[in-house]
Design a protein around this ligand. Sequence first.
Ligand SMILES: Cc1cc2nc3c(=O)[nH]c(=O)nc-3n(C[C@H](O)[C@H](O)[C@H](O)COP(=O)(O)OP(=O)(O)OC[C@H]3O[C@@H](n4cnc5c(N)ncnc54)[C@H](O)[C@@H]3O)c2cc1C
Length: 438
Amino acid sequence: MDSRAAAADRPAPSEWCNWSGHQGACPGTFAQPETLGALRDAVSNARQLRVVGAGHSFTPLVPTGGTLVNLDRMGGLRLVDLESRSAWVGAGSRLRDLSPAFQERGLAFNNLGDIDAQALAGAGGTATHGTGLGLSCLSADITGARMLTASGDDLDITLEDDPDRLRAAQVSLGALGVIHELRVALRPSFRLHRRSWAEPLETILVNAPARWEQHRNFEFFYIPFSGWGMCIAHDETTAEPTERAPSTDDDDVMKLKHLRDWVGWSSRLRRAILGRVVKGVKPEDVVGDSWRLLANERNVRFNEMEYHLLPENALDVLREVIAVIERERPDVFFPIEVRRTAGDEAWLSPFNDGGRISIAVHSHAPDDDQWFFTHVEPIFRRAGGRPHWGKLHSLGAAELADLYPDFDRFLQLRRELDPGNKLVNAHTARLWGEPHHE
Ligand SMILES: Cc1cc2nc3c(=O)[nH]c(=O)nc-3n(C[C@H](O)[C@H](O)[C@H](O)COP(=O)(O)OP(=O)(O)OC[C@H]3O[C@@H](n4cnc5c(N)ncnc54)[C@H](O)[C@@H]3O)c2cc1C
């Protein structure tokens, strides 16, 4: 090991945990290389290895007792091509650091999810998405990837030269290699006009399909036990930015919790109070830079399950999910989020057979989340849903092979690039149908 690699390898933190605190690990080594050479050493010295981006996945994709690699120190812009509107960046770069750097060059991500704290490789690696009928998940904008495989080979894959491998790498959950650089397709920077408003659930459900057609970005949050939801629409504008009041989202969700604690015993009382409270929420109407308005800060810790459903039955599935929660789970108070994403071609993208509508249920981190699996996942499964790779689900290789036409192709490539299963942990062993002996 060279001296820079030694300096970058710290004794492992006694414990690593993800954002929600529910996934933990005691890695033997924690490597934060600053150079490709140091990364190469970390990979070749490791017996087992996983990469962590920002640790914002709810599924145990990251935990390992072997080497945990993080590429925060290899982040940043490498090369910006204004003509093709694309940029090579360090794969560990956080989305929230990239957006202002892109804006300085007149560029922006096509879309963003609910937050932008993730590393680009982490977000892309799990098909992180925002909302918009014509907007694909972030992975679809990845057009090039440079990675070190488990055996230390350098791969430089671009959409032009090797479209198949690129489509495999776009959503690869750290299974094909350690990705150290990514090329991302961008667009000219832009402003959005954001509006949010409260509406009865029935009105939202009737209007949602048209609103997805009408707005660049449209999503809604249903507030359980209220009969009401909050809609959010974003549309492109050239208007000047306006001042935005600080977000009250964290406080609002805690108010929902308090209301659950006080009147959760009576659905009728809860509905009456909540209905009035949600109806009274002031609409928002602001203009700002796309990335400032699309991404939020989330400080109240939760766990989440999200399935991507066929547009034909997704809103009926939502009704079923709401009915079961309101019938059997008075402890639930987090809003249910509903978004729409366009199709793409990545082998493991949940959107690779066309656009889907995503329904996400959340549970406060201190609360029990088993109801995701007992009450909600069976509904998603019956409807042919595909789970978000970074959010809780119970599927293994057999179920995934049924859902993804390219699953076997991905497994074959994974075995070719990682024949010794160095990059496999307990969770991904289950996904790939491999034995695990860490
Ligand atoms: C508050 C919150 C809000 C969220 N909002 C959304 C949302 O709006 N939309 C959505 O789709 N998801 C959302 N997510 C989920 C999140 O975007 C994904 O789980 C994403 O993968 C997290 O990125 P990360 O950088 O934290 O990756 P990690 O969780 O650290 O890693 C994810 C996967 O990527 C792999 N990986 C990371 N870096 C590399 C690398 N350099 N090379 C190879 N593999 C790598 C890891 O091994 C792992 O398999 C949210 C999560 C939270 C906690």
